[in-house]
Design a binder for this molecule. Sequence first.
Ligand SMILES: NC(=O)c1ccc[n+]([C@@H]2O[C@H](COP(=O)([O-])OP(=O)(O)OC[C@H]3O[C@@H](n4cnc5c(N)ncnc54)[C@H](OP(=O)(O)O)[C@@H]3O)[C@@H](O)[C@H]2O)c1
Length: 236
Amino acid sequence: MAAVNLRSNALNVLITGANRGIGLSLAKQFHNNGYNVIGTSRKTDAATIADLSAVAVAVVPLDVADEASISALPDRVRAYVPHLDVVVNNAGMYLQDKFGELNATDLLTQFRVNSVAPLLVAQALLPSLRASPNAAKKIVHITSRMGSIADNTSGGSYGYRASKCALNMLNASLAQDVKDVTCIALHPGYIQTRMTSGSGDMDADECARRLFKVIHGATHAQTGQFLHRDGQVLPW
Ligand SMILES: NC(=O)c1ccc[n+]([C@@H]2O[C@H](COP(=O)([O-])OP(=O)(O)OC[C@H]3O[C@@H](n4cnc5c(N)ncnc54)[C@H](OP(=O)(O)O)[C@@H]3O)[C@@H](O)[C@H]2O)c1
């Protein structure tokens, strides 16, 4: 599904879960800064992707919980761009949970979406990144400080915390194994989106402006790091 025109000689970024929240704001930021944006969305009806279509060269379907959907992604991307320069694994979910009322389904669903899926997306899209003539290829995982063991002083959120902690570890391993791509885990802060029911200390557009600066400016010296939206290194 084509939306805005492809810019020649521009960098290409793919952002998962780009139909709303931080993902949509990131799509706007990358577009405004000259990138070609491929946005993915679980639903691709006109109403769901209207805002994304205004800034993306293509909106491709992706349900990150579905392995077949991830396998289909490289071909779907190649229909629009010959390679990618940046992959932002942004899609994520939060389910309220409480010790005493935990269940395996909710814990595993969050693990699947927040940890397993970003790794499989990175694996599927690595050839597309490697096809880029640009030396500075990047994989960005939108993680959370709630996944920091050192920072956990309030407990709770078992499934979400553990799944983001796992994502941080997966990013660290990826950085060791994939030496030609800069792999970073990036914490956006407490942001006003549907995930937080609109609470938070910043709106998604301002958050995305800061995340963009960190992503665009990231160097290979930072590979494997867990970074705050303003660029500081966070404790594991
Ligand atoms: N907001 C915060 O305070 C905060 C803090 C720390 C980290 N984060 C992280 O930031 C990222 C974006 O969160 P947000 O606040 O923008 O949340 P959001 O408004 O709830 O948006 C979540 C996005 O992920 C997509 N998504 C969820 N499950 C998916 C699936 N199975 N397949 C494909 N897409 C799926 C959603 O698509 P649908 O519209 O189809 O549901 C939506 O596009 C997440 O990784 C989140 O964990 C957020």
